[in-house]
Design a protein around this ligand. Structure first.
Ligand code: NAD
Length: 441
């Protein structure tokens, strides 16, 4: 099948590459010329395990192409998949300007019927707006062509995106248009593993499912963070509690890890956007207001612990930081807890020397011109001359470091661990002051 992807970011590129790998002819559009030039030169603009090889083999096979030409991308396929960003607007609602611009550009150039599939995370009612945006442009051109607007929310996780796309737990198709449903069934047929995972539902249910899923996961995180803070205050160990409750099959172990709050390009904005939609519908979601509030507080937990240990004024102090990406196996730093911690530390007068296995280039761009933040190329180099080490992202390579070496390099043998990577007893034996989440030190 021919498929067009509009928006070649984390979701668009993975979707395009994986669909091409199944034999489809995919044209990916983006308005950022530099990004498309990079992709056309064989370079991958993001860090996503496994993606590079898939892009390479499908480019070489001629099944995956990249363009900045809207007329070409519209002409390429009946199925037009919108995967552009939906950042938070000023009031927290999802900003639909990119989605609707993409829809209008389809209406401006289409010459035959289209199935317009929104994969971006969008509020309930967006499919109607997408359809209206396309048909509005058609009317200006005096044309009456068939347009189906389908919701097909994406559930891939950065860091495991290729596997999630290739082996999805479910594919949601929100539509009542039998032709569109049949095309999408065909498109997703190769990704069904041992049994069919396609769920066809009403378009509004599909749109809401995505927000509800992310909000549920964010709720688990905030709930565990609050229980962790309580555990710490009353002498319980959150890691023991986590195992205790996770063993309940109704609860399960996923997303029960206490930490420094959720970040990334999805949870924070999706929680806010769902809250906003609910408010507008006159059904405010009180649970989500608490989830957000707890998360904002949790992002400050490590900085608070550092202040308790070193005092409110941190001028002249230097902190090593491991982990800049919002989670392991990605270079994505959008709304990363590391950014909150760095802001708190430099705000209090300290400087930061940070390392991340994948996000260094992204971090250097982000902190360009900020002399209080240095990004280095090895975890041990970050420790030189630092007063203490803070760990923000649970990359595998941080799990078993040479503690004697860490101790020798730090001015104070102190680790502030936002991910509970180490055993407090081992830290005691090593003579390292160890501050973690939800376990009395
Ligand atoms: N990143 C994730 O893990 C993830 C997972 C599931 C769903 N989503 C959702 O998918 C959507 C995209 O997220 P992302 O992380 O891939 O975003 P992104 O910012 O990485 O990529 C979006 C791309 O769209 C391009 N773009 C914007 N307007 C355009 C237009 N009119 N025509 C062509 N290209 C255009 C941008 O230049 C950018 O390259 C969002 O709604 C997000 O909430 C993201």
């Amino acid at each position: 099948m021919h498929v067009t992807i509009i928006g070649t970011g984390y979701v668009g590129l993975v979707t395009g590459a994986c669909l091409a790998d199944a034999g489809n002819h995919v044209l990916c559009l983006d308005l950022m010329e530099a990004k498309i030039a990079q992709l056309n030169a064989g370079k991958i603009p993001i860090y996503e395990p496994g993606l590079e090889a898939i892009v390479k083999r499908n480019r070489e096979a001629g099944r995956l192409r990249f363009t900045t030409s809207v007329p070409d991308s519209v002409a390429h396929a009946e199925v037009q998949i919108i995967a552009v960003g939906t950042p938070p607007g000023e009031d927290g609602s999802a900003d639909l300007q990119h989605v609707l611009a993409a829809a209008r550009s389809i209406g401006m150039h289409m010459k035959d019927r289209k199935v317009v599939v929104t994969k971006s995370t969008v509020p309930v009612g967006t499919a109607d707006k997408v359809r209206a945006a396309v048909t509005g442009e058609l009317q200006k051109r005096g044309l009456d062509l068939a347009v189906a607007a389908v919701s097909n929310p994406e559930f891939l996780k950065e860091g495991a995106a290729v596997n999630d796309f290739m082996r999805p737990e479910r594919v949601i198709i929100g539509s009542d248009d039998s032709h569109a449903i049949s095309l999408l069934r065909q498109l997703y047929a190769p990704f069904q593993r041992n049994h069919e995972r396609i769920m066809v539902m009403g378009v509004r249910s599909a749109e809401l499912t995505k927000y509800a899923a992310n909000s549920m996961l964010a709720t688990r995180i905030s709930f565990m963070n609050e229980i962790a803070n309580l555990a710490e205050a009353i002498g319980a160990d959150i890691e023991e509690v986590r195992r205790g409750i996770g063993s309940d099959s109704r609860i399960g172990y996923h997303f029960l890890y206490p930490g420094v709050g959720y970040g990334g390009s999805c949870f924070p904005k999706d929680v806010k956007a769902l809250q906003k939609s609910a408010q507008l519908a006159g059904r405010p979601l009180r649970v989500l207001a608490a989830v957000h509030e707890v998360n904002e507080a949790q992002k400050r937990v490590l900085a608070d612990k550092i202040r308790v240990r070193f005092g409110d004024k941190l001028s002249g102090r230097r902190f090593a930081l491991w982990g800049l990406a919002f989670k392991p196996n990605t270079d994505d730093m959008r709304e990363a807890p590391s950014l909150s911690l760095i802001a708190e530390l430099i705000g209090a007068g300290a400087s930061v020397c940070a390392y991340d296995p994948a996000a260094r280039e992204e971090a250097r761009r982000h902190f360009e011109g900020e002399r209080r933040v240095e990004i280095v190329d090895s975890p041990m180099a970050a420790l030189e001359g630092a007063d203490a080490l803070a760990i923000v992202t649970e990359w595998q390579e941080f799990r078993s470091p040479d503690f004697a070496d860490i101790k020798a390099r730090l001015r104070t043998p102190a680790i502030f661990d936002g991910r509970n990577l180490y055993d407090p007893a081992v830290m005691r034996d090593q003579g390292i002051e160890y501050y973690c989440i939800g376990r009395s030190a």
